[in-house]
Write a protein of this length. Sequence first.
Length: 121
Amino acid sequence: AGGSAAGHAAGRPVETVENVAPADFAGRMAQARVLDVRNDSERISNGVVPGSVGIPVGELLDRMGELEAEQPVLVHCAGGYSSMIAASLLRRAGYRLVANVSGGFAAMKAAGAPVAQLALA
């Protein structure tokens, strides 16, 4: 009862996830692993950030081991909702250097982030 404010007032720990503005994404991606949590059809249809790893948010719990816990991770989805869930899951699992890209892929693309078409295997 009372939501997160009540939990904070009761002395329970509160975790936060950093949000990165789309305009700042390109400058930070060289020092981080870019995690794309969109599903494969979204990645094929709309393109990808070159070098990103694609793990749909629904598979993240089973595939977290593909990411290094000590490496910074920039998480994005299509619009920003699923990536925040994914960032929270990573934080809960002990990944501390996690940031969510606000507005997702659409906002990153509009801000000039590098985009490539996903090659079909």
